[in-house]
Design a protein around this ligand. Structure first.
Ligand SMILES: *[C@@H]1O[C@H](CO)[C@@H](O)[C@H](O)[C@H]1NC(C)=O
Ligand SMILES: *[C@@H]1O[C@H](CO)[C@@H](O)[C@H](O)[C@H]1NC(C)=O
Ligand SMILES: *[C@@H]1O[C@H](CO)[C@@H](O)[C@H](O)[C@H]1NC(C)=O
Ligand SMILES: *[C@@H]1O[C@H](CO)[C@@H](O)[C@H](O)[C@H]1NC(C)=O
Length: 421
C-alpha cells in the first residue's frame, strides 16, 4: 500500500469518527392498525345502521400517517382523511406504554368520538374531520388545522368550515376552535401545516402562521385578538423549474405552493424573530420578520405595503424540495425534511445562506422515502415521519414491507460533523 493511500485511509477514518449521528428509528409500520378496528368497528359512525355512500369500516391501506409531533412522552400522529375507513385523523402514541418498535397501535386523540364522522357526513363543530400536521407550542398546547374536508377520490367534499384547534395537553381539553372565515379562504383542503409563534410566559399572545399551498396564502391567527388575517405574495407560489419530482422510481410534477413556516432566532437590534418559509415545489427559502406577520393593519393595507418585507434568501441547492422545516433555538440550525432526496437537510443560521452552507444530517433512499413531516420538541429533539407517499399515490405500497417510520435525534448530535455544526 502506497504512502499516499495510507494517508488517505487515515483521513477517511478520521472523517468517519466525526460523522453526524444519524436519526434513530423509533417506530415502524408495514400498515397501520387501529385500537378501534379490532374491537368495535361501528364507532366510525355514531349510528348503528350504515346508510352511508362509503364503506367506512377500517381500511388499513387508506390510513397513511402524515404528521408527527412530540410532547412529554406522547407522539401525535395524523392520518388525513383521503380515503374512507379512517377511524381517527388525530392519534396519539403513549411512548411509555409502547415498547414494540414494530406496528404499535394508534389511539384516537383526544378520543374517538371527537374523531368520528356523522353517518350522513353532516357538519359538527365538536368533531375533527381531517388533519395533516400538528404543532406543540412552548405552553403545553397542541395546535392544528382541521381542514373540514374529505378527500375521497371521486367525491371530495367540504363537510364543515376549516377550523384552527388548540388543545391543552395537560388537560386534553380543547381551549379554542376558530372557524376560518370564507373571506380568508373558501375551501379547506390546501392547509398542510402551521407554525406557532409564542414566548414562554406570554402564552395568551400566541400567533399561528398557517400555510396554504393550494391558494398560496399565509394566514395569521392571533390568539388574543381571536381574529385571522391574510398575506398574499408571489413568493408563496411554486417555482416552475422545480416542480418535477423523482422519488423511489415515481416521477411526477407537483405545483404545491407555500408549505412550511419556521420561527427563527430573535434579532437583538429589532427584537423581531425571523420567520422562514418555503413552497413545496421549490428550492428557495424566504424570510420575513414576525412583526410583519403579527401586524393585522399591515396585512389589510394590501400587498404593496408589505411585499418588500419578504426577502428571497437564496437557493438551498439541487433536489432540496422540502415538506416541513423547523428551527432549533439551541443550535440555531434550520432543519428541512427533503422529500425529493429522502433526506434531512440543515443550515446554520449563523452562516450565510448559500447552497454550499447547507448540509445533510441523514439520507436513506430505502428507509426514509418521503420524510413527510419534521418537528422539534422543547428538548431540542428532532422528530421525523417518513411515509412513502408517492408510491402510495402513484403505485402501490408493498404492504408486507415497512412503509411508515418515525425517527428522532437530538439536534446537537445530528449536526455533529456536518457543515451545520
Ligand atoms: C366493508 O369493508 C370491510 C373491510 O374491508 C369488509 O369486511 C366488509 O365486508 C365491507 N362491507 C360492505 C358492506 O361492503
Ligand atoms: C421547555 O424547556 C425549558 C428549558 O429546557 C423548560 O424550562 C420549560 O419548562 C419546558 N417547557 C415545556 C412546556 O416543556
Ligand atoms: C403595523 O403596520 C402599520 C402600517 O404599515 C404601521 O403604521 C404600524 O406601525 C405597524 N404596527 C406595529 C405594531 O408595528
Ligand atoms: C415486499 O416486502 C417484503 C419484506 O421486505 C419482501 O420480502 C418482498 O419480497 C416484497 N415484495 C415485493 C413484491 O417486492
Amino acid at each position: 500500500m502506497g504512502f499516499m493511500k495510507i494517508i488517505l485511509n487515515v483521513l477517511l477514518l478520521v472523517r468517519c469518527w466525526c460523522i453526524a449521528e444519524e436519526l434513530e428509528l423509533v417506530y415502524q409500520w408495514d400498515q397501520l392498525s387501529s385500537a378501534v378496528s379490532s374491537e368495535h368497528n361501528d364507532i366510525l359512525f355514531d349510528a348503528q345502521q350504515s346508510t352511508t355512500q362509503y364503506n367506512e369500516s377500517f381500511n388499513a391501506y387508506g390510513n397513511l400517517p402524515m404528521g408527527v409531533s412530540h410532547h412529554k412522552g406522547r407522539l401525535f400522529v395524523t392520518v388525513p382523511r383521503r380515503r374512507p375507513g379512517i377511524p381517527a385523523t388525530l392519534n396519539v402514541i403513549n411512548m411509555g406504554k409502547v415498547t414494540e418498535v414494530n406496528n404499535p397501535t394508534l389511539l384516537g386523540y383526544p378520543d374517538y368520538l371527537t374523531n368520528t364522522l356523522h353517518q350522513d357526513y353532516s357538519a359538527d363543530p365538536k368533531r375533527i374531520i381531517s388533519v395533516y400536521r400538528t404543532k406543540v407550542d412552548k405552553c403545553d398546547r397542541l395546535w392544528f388545522v382541521d381542514t373540514g374536508y374529505l378527500e375521497y377520490p371521486g367525491n371530495r367534499r367540504q363537510v364543515q368550515r376549516p377550523a384552527l384547534w388548540v388543545i391543552n395537553l395537560n388537560t386534553n381539553r380543547r381551549v379554542r376552535r376558530f372557524e376560518i372565515p370564507k373571506e380568508i379562504v373558501e375551501f379547506g383542503y390546501g392547509m398542510p401545516n402551521l407554525e406557532i409563534d409564542v414566548e414562554p410566559g406570554k402564552c395568551d399572545e400566541a400567533y399561528a402562521y398557517i400555510a396554504d399551498y393550494q391558494w398560496q396564502g399565509l394566514y395569521v391567527y392571533g390568539l388574543a385578538e381571536d381574529r385571522m388575517w391574510r398575506f398574499k405574495h408571489n413568493f408563496f407560489s411554486f417555482e416552475p423549474r422545480y416542480g418535477r419530482f423523482n422519488i423511489a422510481g415515481q416521477q411526477f410534477v407537483w405545483n404545491d405552493g407555500l408549505f412550511s413556516l419556521a420561527v427563527g432566532a430573535r434579532n437583538k437590534d429589532t427584537g423581531d424573530r425571523s420567520v422562514y418559509l418555503h413552497a413545496m415545489a421549490a428550492i428557495s427559502e424566504i424570510v420575513v420578520p414576525n412583526s410583519v406577520l403579527k401586524n393585522e393593519t399591515l396585512s389589510r393595507s394590501g400587498e404593496d405595503h408589505y411585499a418588500e418585507r419578504f426577502k428571497h434568501m437564496g437557493s438551498r441547492g439541487p433536489n432540496t424540495q422540502s415538506s416541513s422545516h423547523a428551527f432549533d433555538e439551541k443550535t440555531g440550525v434550520l432543519f428541512y425534511a427533503e422529500v425529493n432526496r429522502n433526506a434531512i437537510g440543515c443550515w446554520n443560521s449563523a452562516q450565510e445562506f448559500h447552497a454550499e452552507n447547507h448540509g445533510i444530517v441523514h439520507l436513506d433512499n430505502e428507509n426514509m422515502i418521503y420524510p413527510a413531516d419534521l418537528t422539534i420538541d422543547n428538548d431540542s429533539v428532532l422528530w421525523v415521519i417518513s411515509n412513502r407517499l408517492p408510491i402510495w399515490i402513484y403505485s402501490k405500497l408493498n404492504t408486507t414491507d415497512f412503509n411508515y417510520r418515525i425517527w428522532r435525534q437530538s439536534t446537537e448530535k445530528s449536526i455533529d460533523g456536518t457543515i451545520c455544526a
